[in-house]
Design a protein around this ligand. Structure first.
Ligand SMILES: *Cc1c(COP(=O)(O)O)cnc(C)c1O
Length: 415
């Protein structure tokens, strides 16, 4: 059962009509289905149940505290990329011993924060970072548990901005340098080498790139284990793709079935860092139509949500389905759906066949749970949207719409 469905001509999130949320909270507003978050998490957890595993939800996909707390309630850990994400994860009740920390630019301050919090491990991305972490751990009289992020050089066949597993990517350590880097790590006395990490990209819609990269990672793990290193974790990263326009994508069980033979033999606990697959289709962005206009041959629908609210179409050329919130007989027309921001790149849809919306109509921009609010900004001094969590027949505002005061918080006029 889908979270977002029409009942009596009204688009609902679970049991709540989206129109009610728009009327009470205003637009633009993000709406998330708690039931869907739980279902997606459970499906993933069940798929990998035959292997010892930890699901570390990728906080960067959607870092709202209520989303994090919902997943914490399911037993999720967190995959973080900054001190700020650690702060959020802990505040939402995620256990530090289920937190893994990736990213190529961790500062010493962030390392100290994470060590003090007692996270499970650092996914280290370069030799200099190993040395910095060793230094920080030494100062604190602690040992840091590390995995090295290796770059298996596979083509994930996704958008270049979100492909991270190719040799020329800024992420990870090349396979050819990995053994040497592991030797170095093992020689540093404030580090404990416990895992191998990969993350090959996002919105991957095939199993094959994972099979390919993990068989390389599996060979590396064997080699490291034969060298006497205590590798206990294989972190397969994230990137499981979702349907944005009804396309067929693998289910969690398809990944699990394909990868189990590679992972089982290692005797390791498997870590998954999944963001998009859990939250992407659990959310929508509600907007209201403001104006219609034409320039030359082009028709535009101007709405009250913009690229500062949802940048994926502008940044990646991503497709988000757009549905009317209230079904009504309308002619179909081809339009660009655009926001008020002063950039020609400010669009939510281009040359899209849509029902002819009238000013005042509500639209739902679908599949907007991941990398949507999380990437929003205050550009054009637009206040960031509200976020709402729905649970069955009730809903709560889990992030208030920003006020004008919020916009200038921390700023001052020089005396
Ligand atoms: C972004 C990211 C993920 C999550 O990717 P999804 O496509 O949202 O599953 C996992 N691991 C790392 C290191 C990441 O940077």
């Amino acid at each position: 059962m889908h979270a977002f469905e029409f009942k009596d001509g009204q688009l609902h999130c679970e049991e709540v009509p989206l129109r009610r949320i728009a009327e009470e909270v205003g637009t633009p507003v993000y709406v998330y289905s708690r039931r869907t978050l739980r279902e997606h998490y459970r499906r993933l957890d069940e798929a990998f149940s035959s292997l010892p595993h930890i699901i570390c939800y990728s906080v960067k996909a959607n870092s709202n505290l209520a989303v994090l707390a919902t997943l914490a309630g399911e037993g999720a850990g967190a995959d973080i990329v900054s001190g700020g994400e650690l702060y959020r994860a802990l505040k939402a009740g995620i256990k530090p011993e289920k937190v893994v920390y990736a990213g190529i630019g961790k500062t010493r301050e962030e390392m100290a924060y994470a060590l003090g919090a007692g996270i499970l491990m650092f996914n280290v991305e370069s030799e200099l970072e190993l040395e910095a972490l060793d230094g920080v751990a030494g100062e604190l009289g602690m040992k840091a548990s590390v995995a090295l992020r290796v770059n298996p050089d596979v083509d994930a066949e996704t958008h270049p901005y979100i492909a991270t597993g190719l040799r020329e990517a800024k992420f990870g350590i090349g396979m050819e340098d990995a053994v040497e880097a592991y030797r170095r790590a093992a020689s540093l006395k404030n580090l404990e080498v416990t895992g191998v990490h990969q993350h090959i990209g996002s919105q991957i819609t095939q199993v094959e790139p994972f099979r390919e990269s993990l068989s390389r990672v599996g060979e590396l793990v064997e080699r490291l284990q034969s060298m006497g290193m205590g590798i206990r974790y294989i972190n397969i990263g994230g990137g499981f793709g979702i349907p944005y326009r009804g396309e067929e994508v693998p289910y969690p069980r398809d990944y699990a079935q394909a990868l189990e033979p590679i992972l089982r033999g290692s005797g390791c606990t498997v870590i998954l860092e999944i963001g998009r697959m859990i939250v992407g289709n659990a959310g929508v962005l509600l907007a209201r139509a403001l104006y219609r206009k034409r320039t030359g041959e082009k028709r535009f629908l101007v709405v009250d949500a913009a690229m500062n609210d949802l940048i994926r179409p502008s940044l990646y050329g991503s497709f988000h389905d757009i549905l009317p919130v209230e079904e009504r007989e309308r002619p179909v027309e081809k339009v660009d759906v655009v926001g008020p921001v002063c950039e020609s790149g400010d669009f939510l849809a281009r040359d899209r066949e849509l029902p002819a919306f009238e000013p005042g109509d509500l639209l739902a921009v679908m599949s907007a749970g991941a990398y949507s609010f999380a990437m929003s900004s205050n550009y054009n001094s637009r206040r960031r949207a509200a976020e709402v969590l729905v649970d069955g027949g009730r809903f709560e505002v889990v992030r208030q719409r920003e006020s004008y005061d919020d916009l200038v918080r921390g700023e001052r006029i020089m005396g």
